[in-house]
Design a protein around this ligand. Structure first.
Ligand code: FAD
Length: 510
């Protein structure tokens, strides 16, 4: 598609995206779709540098992003060797030997007064009802490796409430979005950036210069250069808020391995002595990685633990990635907006990074600069993005803090560490009467907090007293009816592998 650029009075005609990883191509695709060819969008990336090559598990909100782009789900799944994800299984987190699933979507039935799970809590504490996993259609399906997309014509059935996300190959995802973006007129420039030009009068970036001497001017720069943060940090010195005292893991070793016989519809996270291991099943392979804290474990030891816990033969050499958890002090500084790893990194434990990329772009579109860079727009954008990161951060810290593990110095540190006040309040609230709350547009809803808190052995002293307004017998009947309904629905679902074979089988890898 030809770009028909608006008159020069609009100072943001020229948008330059630096980086062609997941963040770069997601930004390019969403902006190209939204700006309808009226702005010039150039993306610069370097094949020589490459991308980080991890980031393969998502959360359900990505479907909203794909809908904005108008992407057909089965095309997207085929192109990326994608599988479906209904939640995350956590192994060894509360204590060694523990297992629970954080399933997406609701628990029991939606209620408008007392939360469903409060009835469950009372009866579970009294030992009269099954575990939480029997009351989430997502989790119950995970336990049987079943999958089906939400049946939209059955809104009142658990089958209408299935919430799914995806696992996909990160390299193929970027390729898919590149094709999409180029078809909408985005111009890709291959080359390594040598210099970033900053205007002395106002400190704005005016151009980037490539190693071959090519100069690319722009009005708005989107920094998707990954951990290098070439524009937002190297050129603009924005500053970084370090969160490693709360999230001390700082290294990951990644390795793909051969597929297992059963295709599971969930990510698995297994805690080890100084971190945890991810397992992400795709159609053609399984992605694995060991995230750990280098203060408590050497890279050799972490690699050996990873290789000893694979489902199949390793398909490549294990690859280390260093990181520092935290976020850029301003996501938008001058005429530069940082998206992706250049903006911050929390940890892949709840697959929130791609979601944060999505939120950065959606908020940028709603704060899009017109004939200049208004301080109020930037300030508000920065506040909104700060909240987004903080909400995800607190939820992830919870997994480390709410543990009874005392088998290693790493877990001793996590169990005893100070945590943000915002998280402490949530934990205190739950421990008293089992209440969970969603503040504002907070990313994770009540069922997510409940499943992780309960799954990691936090036990409230009591429950909402209004639960006692309904008789024991009536509540018991209600709970067993819901459990039975979910059981029947899951029994009727196809296996995950069968669903994919019928809906979106990928071509065998070249
Ligand atoms: P990159 O992929 O690093 O891309 C940077 C781009 O900038 C590249 O194209 C590079 O060539 C370009 N570039 C850099 N310097 C120059 C230069 N000088 N000149 C030209 N181009 C340049 N997220 C999830 O949502 N789910 C997960 O399961 C998940 N797992 C993860 C596991 C680990 C161990 C890590 C570290 C991250 C994980 N993430 C996950 C995060 C996810 O990988 C990233 O958010 C996502 O890949 C976006 O990366 P990016 O595009 O910001 O950076």
């Amino acid at each position: 598609m030809e770009q028909q650029i608006l008159p020069a009075a609009n100072k943001c005609n020229n948008i330059v995206i630096v980086g062609g990883g997941t963040a770069g191509w997601m930004s390019a695709a969403a902006l190209a779709k939204t700006l309808k060819g009226k702005y010039r969008i150039t993306l610069v990336e370097s094949d020589q540098i490459g991308t980080i090559g991890v980031g393969e598990a998502t959360i359900p909100m990505i479907r909203h992003f794909n809908n904005i782009l108008g992407i057909d789900e089965s095309d997207f799944m085929r192109a990326t060797q994608g599988t479906f994800k209904l939640g995350i299984e956590f192994v060894n987190w509360g204590q060694i030997g523990d297992r629970y699933i954080h399933g997406f979507g609701s628990i029991g039935q939606e209620t408008f007064t007392v939360d469903f799970y409060q009835y469950w809590l009372k009866h579970h504490q009294a030992g009269k009802v099954s575990g939480l996993d029997h009351f989430s259609i997502n989790t119950a399906a995970c336990l049987q490796n079943k999958f089906i997309t939400a049946q939209t014509d059955m809104p009142n059935s658990p089958l209408g409430q299935i919430a799914h996300a995806y696992h996909f190959d990160a390299g193929l995802y970027a390729k898919f979005l590149r094709q999409f973006s180029e078809a909408l007129g985005v111009v890709r420039v291959e080359g390594k950036i040598k210099h970033v030009g900053v205007r002395p009068q106002d400190g704005h970036i005016n151009a980037i210069v490539l190693e071959n001497g090519q100069e690319i001017e722009g009005d708005l720069f989107i920094d998707c250069s990954g951990f290098r943060a070439l524009l937002i940090e190297e050129a603009l010195h924005t500053g970084y808020e370090d969160w490693s005292h709360w999230l001390p893991c700082d290294t990951a070793i990644a390795v793909p391995c051969a597929s297992a016989p059963e295709l599971t519809p969930y990510t698995r996270s297994t805690a080890h002595a100084a971190g945890w291991q991810w397992r992400i099943p795709l159609q053609h392979r399984i992605g694995n990685g060991h995230v750990f804290c280098s203060k408590y474990m050497s890279t050799d030891e972490a690699t050996s633990i990873l290789l000893n816990n694979l489902d199949g033969q390793a398909l490549a050499e294990p690859r280390p990635v260093k990181f520092q958890t935290g976020r850029r002090k301003k996501a938008w500084n001058k005429n530069c907006v940082a998206v992706g790893l250049s903006c911050g990194f929390i940890e892949p434990l709840e697959s929130t990074s791609i979601h944060l990329i999505q939120q950065s772009i959606i908020h940028l579109i709603s704060h899009f600069p017109s004939a200049g860079f208004d301080a109020a727009d930037q300030q508000h954008y920065n506040e909104v993005m700060s909240n987004e990161y903080q909400w995800a951060r607190d939820f992830i810290i919870l997994h480390y803090k709410a543990t009874e593990r005392s088998d290693s110095p790493f877990w001793d540190y996590c169990r005893q560490m100070e945590i943000p006040e915002s998280l402490q309040q949530k934990m205190d609230l739950f421990l008293s009467n089992g209440r969970t709350y969603r503040e504002g547009n907070e990313l994770f809803a009540k069922p997510s907090w409940l499943q992780v808190m309960y799954g990691q052995r936090m036990r409230p002293q009591s429950y909402n007293p209004l639960v006692d307004l309904i008789s024991e017998q009536e509540t018991q009947q209600y709970l067993s009816d819901v459990e039975e309904l979910i059981r029947k629905c899951v029994n009727a679902m196809p296996t995950h592998a069968a669903f994919i074979a019928g809906y979106c089988p990928a071509n065998p890898p070249a």
